[in-house]
Design a protein around this ligand. Structure first.
Ligand code: FAD
Ligand code: SIN
Length: 550
């Protein structure tokens, strides 16, 4: 089947939905999403959205905190935009109907999280993401210009690659005309043609064995963009959240940083508070420092977890402020008001991704990216807590501003895009290989490309993942595509991108810590690590962004 639309949005988290709601007033929007509409990282966000809304706060202070957490790699212009546009975008959520928690004076109840010098986290108790996701989905469903395709998974972006044309003889840029998409229920593959395509596919936490991310987070957007020839940056900066519930059935359930902002203390199993030994902000140090401190305490003691202690805080207030965490822990027989919570770090967020400029344009014409999939430059080497939902809101709006003008002036004829060709493929019987490969990648990444790295470990991971990725590619070529095969192929690509970036960085900075180069080397300054698939892409990219000091 062939669909045609003005805007194709891939992903229905905060980035995709907020873009769609803005753009739908200027054209038709098709949102494709690979599971149920609400299933996204957004839906699980707890802490909230960082934004300067208090009279005692200032843009300069939020900018300063963001730059500090980013350890020298943030792009200042992107950070300024993020912070200054933030309050407008938060107000827009309120207009859509998001009910943020308020104090008795009807002002936002502002939480505190690691790395922030002020209370500035706007939240809906500890289910901010669910509240935002449901509200945006409701508005989306009511908009006559928006159509949502649930259980549709994008396989690949449509570019010159699919025309059989000689890429090198084209203009300076590739062009994206939409995507090949699998309707999972019917197992049909459709062509979605669009004047502008917006990647809003979120992160790729599933590449690690332990992650706070739900199963949809398989890095599809980064992998598709990379295959299409887009420039990818800073994939080594994977953020590990310090505190997830330690329990074999808890699926790395997140214990929000807001719990530490509320007064929670980290202790060893012997009861010793250890964070003051690592940083002046103790439990509220930036996330990379807290996660590494826990890792180091666990290695020293041989214990499996540390403790997050809130038993000294008011039980009623705790239950009111963190109802979801309280309930979830209770399910696993931990009453957080009475006993400390066993916690461990888990993979949480990808700071790098598909390179964009301030308008969310990627290096492929007609292809935009926003939200976790994008590398806008705001996070640098380590994202400041609760800046992610904010980034998604602000940059989705930037994409809207630019793409609406782009489609107005759209003069390119859609080329004849061939239907999906699955000649020579068949329904393979060895499906068990898919789950084995996935588990193997996740374990390798956890063991060798985790919180503390070394060249030896990275090289070992590189060799092994390359072997698995090649096998997957062979299997993919002769097998009828399914969602799990698409995701596996993407996970393997993302693992390779992370390892390649990590090997490129010969220093420890922010989230990338390696025992071979333990110093953050500000003399031999290493900027963003760029990865490109096409041989001329990097030069094309540098030519097209001459004003950025890469
Ligand atoms: P997502 O919300 O992940 O949405 C991605 C969408 O793309 C999904 O609908 C998915 O199904 C779809 N998709 C993916 N691949 C395909 C494909 N191939 N085809 C079709 N559809 C596809 N950040 C904060 O700022 N504050 C917080 O308090 C906070 N808490 C968090 C708590 C948890 C447990 C987690 C996991 C993350 C948290 N984060 C938080 C991070 C933040 O939630 C995410 O970075 C953000 O929600 C990403 O939004 P997004 O729209 O880019 O992607
Ligand atoms: C949390 O609530 O701790 C997550 C916040 C974030 O990822 O920014």
């Amino acid at each position: 089947m062939l669909y045609q639309t003005d805007f194709l949005v891939i992903g229905s988290g905060i980035a995709g939905l907020s873009f769609a709601l803005a753009a739908a007033n200027c054209g038709t929007v098709a949102i494709i999403t690979k599971k149920e509409q609400a299933e996204s990282n957004t839906n699980y966000a707890q802490g909230g959205i960082a934004s300067v809304v208090a009279p005692t706060d200032s843009f300069d202070s939020h900018i300063e905190d963001t730059l500090k957490a980013g350890a020298g790699l943030c792009h200042r212009d992107a950070v300024q935009l993020l912070v200054q546009e933030g309050p407008r975008r938060v107000q827009e959520l309120v207009r859509f109907g998001v009910e943020f928690t308020r104090n008795p004076q009807n002002q936002f109840d502002l939480g505190r999280e690691g790395g922030h010098s002020q209370n500035r986290i706007v939240h809906a108790r500890d289910f901010t993401g669910k509240m935002v996701e449901n509200t945006l989905l409701e508005a989306t469903r009511m908009h006559p210009n928006i159509q949502i395709f649930e259980n549709y998974i994008a396989i690949d972006l449509l570019t010159e690659h699919h025309l059989g044309a000689e890429i090198e003889s084209q203009t300076d840029f590739y062009t994206c005309w939409g995507a090949y998409v699998l309707n999972e229920e019917k197992r049909d593959i459709h062509r979605f043609l669009a004047k502008a395509t917006i990647l809003a596919t979120g992160g790729g936490g599933q590449v690690y064995l332990h992650t706070t991310n739900p199963s949809i987070a398989t890095g599809d957007g980064v992998a598709m963009a990379y295959r299409a020839g887009a420039v990818i940056a800073n994939m080594e900066f994977i953020q590990f959240h310090p505190t997830t519930l330690f329990h074999p059935s808890a699926n790395s359930f997140l214990i929000s940083e807001a719990v530490r902002g509320f007064g929670g203390l980290l202790r060893t199993q012997k009861g010793e508070r250890f964070m003051p030994r690592y940083h002046e902000l103790a439990e509220l140090a930036p996330r990379d420092i807290v996660a590494r401190a826990i890792d180091s305490e666990l290695k020293k003691s041989g214990d499996e977890y540390v403790l997050l202690d809130v038993t000294h805080l008011d039980a009623k207030q705790l239950r009111e402020r963190f109802p979801r965490i309280y309930e979830q822990c209770l399910k696993f027989n931990f009453d957080i008001t009475r006993e400390p919570i066993p916690v461990v770090p888990a993979a949480h967020y990808a700071c790098g991704g598909v390179v964009t400029n301030l308008n969310g344009q990627t290096t492929i014409r007609g292809l935009y990216a926003c939200g976790e999939v994008a590398h806008t430059g705001v996070h640098g080497a380590n994202r400041l807590a609760s800046n992610s939902l904010l980034e998604a809101l602000v940059f989705a709006y930037q994409v809207y501003g630019h793409s609406v003008e782009y489609i107005k002036n759209f003069s390119i004829q859609f080329p004849e895009i061939p239907s999906w060709n699955d000649e020579g493929t068949f329904n393979h019987e060895e499906w068990v290989l898919v789950s084995h490969d996935k588990a193997e990648i996740q374990e390798l990444m956890w063991d060798y490309v985790g919180i503390v790295r070394s060249n030896l470990r990275l090289e070992r991971a590189r060799r092994r993942v390359e072997l698995i990725a090649n096998e997957i590619e062979q299997f993919y070529k002769k097998t009828k595509v399914t969602a799990s095969l698409i995701e596996l192929r993407n996970l393997a690509s993302v693992a390779q991108l992370i390892i390649t970036s990590a090997l490129q960085r010969t220093e420890s900075r922010g989230l990338h810590y390696t025992t071979d180069y333990p110093q953050c080397d500000d003399k031999n300054w290493q900027r963003d690590t760029l990865i490109v698939s096409g041989k001329n892409e990097k030069q094309r990219f540098l030519n097209s962004y001459p004003d950025i000091d890469w």
